[in-house]
Ligand binder design. Structure first.
Ligand code: NDP
Ligand SMILES: O=C(O)C1=N[C@H](C(=O)O)C[C@H](O)C1
Length: 255
């Protein structure tokens, strides 16, 4: 008989956390052992839970501390929260290496987006990026989102920039002088624009242009249920992937 994976959810009362708790409870091979949220003692709650895997959908200001607490507790981690950069990811990699040296092999998966449509849109955009003179990213979200641009848009822009650099493609042409906020945020040389609109959930469009033609790659998450298959896949897979993995595309083997 195979044993169930015990799961603790951080940010359990939030928009994503609520859905994750329900998805875990609905999966026969998973067991929800803790719902922790703001005001809880995360380290004590994790220690009491006996979780195998911790899922974090909290806020950018606390997610890194939560991940380190989970690693200290000897638990694998699946992270959907945004706000990560090279420095914070590096500290997680170092912490995992120290734990591995102690004989505790743990996996952390940080995925800016767990939606299949979003992961595929990012992958297709990176593949197309070398063939177009211009490329820009537009992300569109609900107005209760605390950060901008989205983690997905940053991840998309980074992947596009890396693909263009590898192919030796010139920067997108732009005659605008410096200081024009309307041109969006420069993420590794790719312009990213953020829309906040009541009624939206999570959406992204990547625009690629050449003389006389345009390719638009668009994905829409109309419901947070769209993220759940990816989250559950991450929970099932993270224990078999020691170290830090960034992006669900690596778990899906789309890279
Ligand atoms: N990777 C992906 O596929 C997706 C990622 N996201 C990201 O997930 C994150 C959460 O989004 P969303 O659910 O919409 O946000 P919510 O604000 O609805 O949920 C966040 C929850 O975390 C709680 N929280 C705050 N501080 C702590 C803490 N120290 N410990 C534990 N819990 C805490 C909040 O409590 P309180 O409200 O009381 O402060 C709240 O209940 C965001 O970064 C978002 O961008 C969202 C959707 C998909
Ligand atoms: O806050 C959200 O809602 C979302 N956040 C993630 C992001 O910033 O990319 C993922 C998705 O876009 C929904």
């Amino acid at each position: 008989m195979t044993s169930t994976i015990k799961v603790a959810v951080l940010g359990a009362a939030g928009r994503m956390g609520t859905n994750v708790c329900a998805a875990v409870e609905g999966a026969a091979d998973l067991e929800l052992v803790a719902r922790l949220d703001a005001g809880d003692d995360i380290a004590a709650g994790l220690a009491a839970s006996g979780a195998d895997v911790v899922v974090d959908f909290t806020v950018p200001s606390v997610t890194e501390a939560n991940v380190h607490a989970a690693i200290d507790a000897g638990m694998h981690v699946v992270v959907g929260t945004t706000g990560w950069d090279d420095d914070s990811r590096g500290r997680v990699t170092d912490h995992l290496a120290r734990r591995a040296a102690e004989g505790v092999a743990l996996g952390v998966l940080i995925a800016p987006n767990f939606g299949l449509s979003a992961v595929l849109a990012m992958t297709f955009a990176a593949k197309a990026a070398r063939y177009f003179e211009s490329v820009e990213v537009v992300e569109l979200h609900h107005p209760d989102k605390v950060d901008a641009p989205s983690g997905t848009a940053r991840h998309t822009a980074r992947a596009i920039a890396a693909a263009r650099a590898e192919a030796g493609v010139a920067p997108s042409p732009d005659a605008t002088e410096d200081g024009w906020e309307a041109r969006g945020m420069d993420v590794d040389g790719v312009r990213v624009h953020a829309v906040r609109l009541r009624g939206l959930v999570a959406h992204e469009e990547i625009l690629l242009g050449n003389v006389g033609e345009q390719l638009s790659i668009r994905q829409d998450s109309f419901d947070r249920m769209s993220f759940m298959p990816g989250v559950l896949l991450g929970v099932r897979e993270v224990g078999g992937r020691p170290g830090l993995t960034v992006g669900l595309e690596h778990v899906l083997d789309l890279s």
